[in-house]
Design a protein around this ligand. Structure first.
Ligand code: FES
Length: 123
């Protein structure tokens, strides 16, 4: 049912944890299943995401997409990170089964929330 990439990120998730003095934190929940994801960002003066960590209380697809998105945005600027979509994350993982596509929203939405939090603190 899951691709090898999904299983890899699920069994060996990258960038799990929290950042104490995070520049931005985003949390979203999925109404359909009750799963929750939180993303922590560390952003430098050039708007580059230097570090990113996540905590996901969710299914295998939610954990794999969270892990993948942290890999995708690390080292990117905020504007580059903002254009990453849930569809792109799923594609990077070789696809998700259709009933599991909604799980990838969690990662992309939590990232957007964390960026929003960072931008509001910067003002
Ligand atoms: Fe809840 Fe996948 S079933 S995020």
């Amino acid at each position: 049912m899951y691709t090898e990439q999904v299983m890899d990120h699920f069994t060996n998730p990258r960038n799990v944890g929290e950042i104490e003095d995070a520049s931005g934190v985003g949390e979203v929940g999925n109404m359909r299943c009750g799963d929750i994801m939180r993303i922590y960002l560390k952003v430098n003066d050039q708007d580059v995401i230097e570090d990113i960590k996540f905590r996901t209380f969710g299914c295998a697809a939610a954990i794999a997409t969270s892990s993948k998105i942290t890999e995708l945005v690390k080292g990117k600027t905020i504007s580059e990170a903002l254009v990453i979509t849930n569809k792109q994350v799923a594609e990077e993982l070789g696809g998700l089964p259709q009933p599991k596509m909604h799980c990838s929203n969690l990662a992309a939405d939590a990232l957007k929330e964390a960026i929003k939090d960072y931008q509001s603190k910067k003002k």
